[in-house]
Design a binder for this molecule. Structure first.
Ligand code: URA
Length: 445
């Protein structure tokens, strides 16, 4: 059989699929044809799925990846932040377990004069999302009209909302299809998905926190650096300075995994009492944001300013103003009993003496999801009070009978199931294991 010849700039979906299937390079027009046609429901799922699999197997080069991102970025609304004074800096984490860092760095950076106009996501599967966490604050509203959003940032320097429904519709459809066609973990598809949303959200500069380890998409540092590099190149090609930090996600971040308990941990960090890993990461990332936002000459100076803003209480004051402005009761910062509380608790207890060797972040994330803190499907309701609190982290000494973690929830059955799952996450060894290096490297292009 003679293979079908393809037109170099085809607007025929079969030609485009065949070209990629045979290892060809797609033109800008072909990429736009696919993205626009699929977003408009003119290209059926089976053809889109075939193209995604061809991209997955034969990859896209840098130019194709940049063009795919730009086509997705402009597939729906884009946010115009030009009426906000100052350099707007966005921060994005590629996702993890116990990652409440946005709730710490956003008020720190805002208190240092960097306007934060941020759209955050919800949790899905084993990873949490900032919007769900914020909604555990009684009354907190994560939906603002565009004018309210902009005027709040001009007024108090910070607003964080859920992603607008009309932003990057192409990503919504393509991501959902990737999820069910085994085409998630491809560098071009992941980077275009993340960066199309960041570019559409309108900030001037972008800080990416690319996680690596068992609780992340990228399980090792090498693949995390590759993902970071392509995302920085996409940002640069779009005229936005983009810096990526490669950070550890081989164990959960901090101690709290859930929603309300994570917000409490974030507030404690703003008071200067946070776990050492969250504190270190938040100071480093806030330092880079302060530098990107033109409020420090270097990232190191930014870190000093971040530390001062925690020490002086300025970051905590900003958090209170932010909670109040978005409809929450700012007294939660002093009175944690205002957060929803779980009815049931079960402790995971060490059976032997030794040292914590490993805590599988993904397993903890899944166990937390099963307490009710996360959702398996978009429509699932979150139980804000539930989650897992980790008492012992990698490198800690334990004696038989010590509590390794506590499981919280409002259903005895769910708590018991999560307890069994969480027990699989911990490994205790005889020798002391060093805690993993948290802040691995910076990627800039
Ligand atoms: N996060 C996204 O938004 N998209 C991906 O493809 C992976 C992580």
């Amino acid at each position: 059989m003679v293979a079908k010849k393809t037109d170099p700039n085809s607007t025929d979906m079969v030609d485009i699929i065949v070209k990629k299937r045979d290892g060809g390079e797609l033109s800008k027009e072909e990429i736009q044809y696919f993205v626009n046609g699929y977003s408009a429901d003119e290209i059926p799922d089976y053809q889109a799925a075939a193209l995604l699999m061809a991209i997955y197997l034969n990859k896209m080069n840098e130019r194709e990846t940049v063009e795919l991102t730009q086509a997705m970025r402009f597939s729906g609304d884009t946010i115009d932040l030009s009426s906000i004074k100052g350099i707007k800096v966005d921060k994005h984490s590629t996702g993890g377990v116990g990652d409440k860092v946005t709730l710490v760095v956003a008020p720190i950076a805002a208190s240092c004069g960097v306007p934060i106009a941020k759209m955050s996501g919800r949790g899905l599967g084993f990873t949490g999302g900032t919007v769900d966490k914020m909604e555990s604050i009684p009354g907190f509203n994560t939906t603002l009209e565009p004018e309210e959003f902009v005027s709040q940032v001009n007024d108090i320097g910070i607003a964080v909302v859920g992603q607008s429904g009309h932003l990057t519709p192409a990503d919504k459809k393509i991501y959902a299809l990737r999820d069910v066609t085994g085409t998630i973990d491809n560098l071009s598809l992941i980077s275009s998905s993340i960066m199309s949303k960041k570019l559409a959200a309108g900030s001037d500069k972008i800080l990416l926190d690319v996680k690596c380890g068992e609780g992340a998409f990228m399980e090792n540092e090498e693949s995390a650096v590759k993902l970071a590099t392509i995302m920085c190149k996409i940002g640069k090609a779009a005229g936005k300075t983009t810096i990526a930090a490669i950070t550890d996600m081989s164990q959960p971040l901090g101690r709290a995994v859930g929603n309300a308990i994570e917000v409490i941990e974030a507030i404690e960090t703003l008071k200067g009492n946070g776990p050492s890993d969250i504190t270190e990461l938040a100071e480093q990332l806030a330092g880079i944001m302060i530098y990107l936002g033109g409020r420090a000459k270097t990232a190191e100076e930014g870190v000093l300013l971040a530390k001062q803003s925690i020490h002086s209480g300025a970051a905590l004051m900003k958090m209170k103003a932010f909670i109040e402005k978005q409809g929450g009761n700012p007294d939660v910062v002093e009175d944690y009993s205002m957060f929803p509380e779980a009815e049931f608790k079960a402790d995971l207890v060490a059976e032997t003496n030794g040292y914590v060797k490993k805590i599988n972040a993904r397993t903890v994330g899944l166990a937390s999801q099963h307490t009710g803190a996360g959702r398996a499907k978009k429509e699932d309701k979150i139980d804000y009070a539930s989650g897992i609190y980790i008492e012992k982290k990698i490198g800690d000494r334990v004696s038989a009978g010590d509590t390794l973690a506590s499981i919280y929830g409002n259903s005895r059955e769910k708590v018991d199931r999560a307890l069994g799952e969480a027990s699989e996450a911990f490994q205790i060894g005889n020798d002391r294991t060093e805690a993993p290096v948290l802040f691995k490297k910076i990627v800039e292009v």
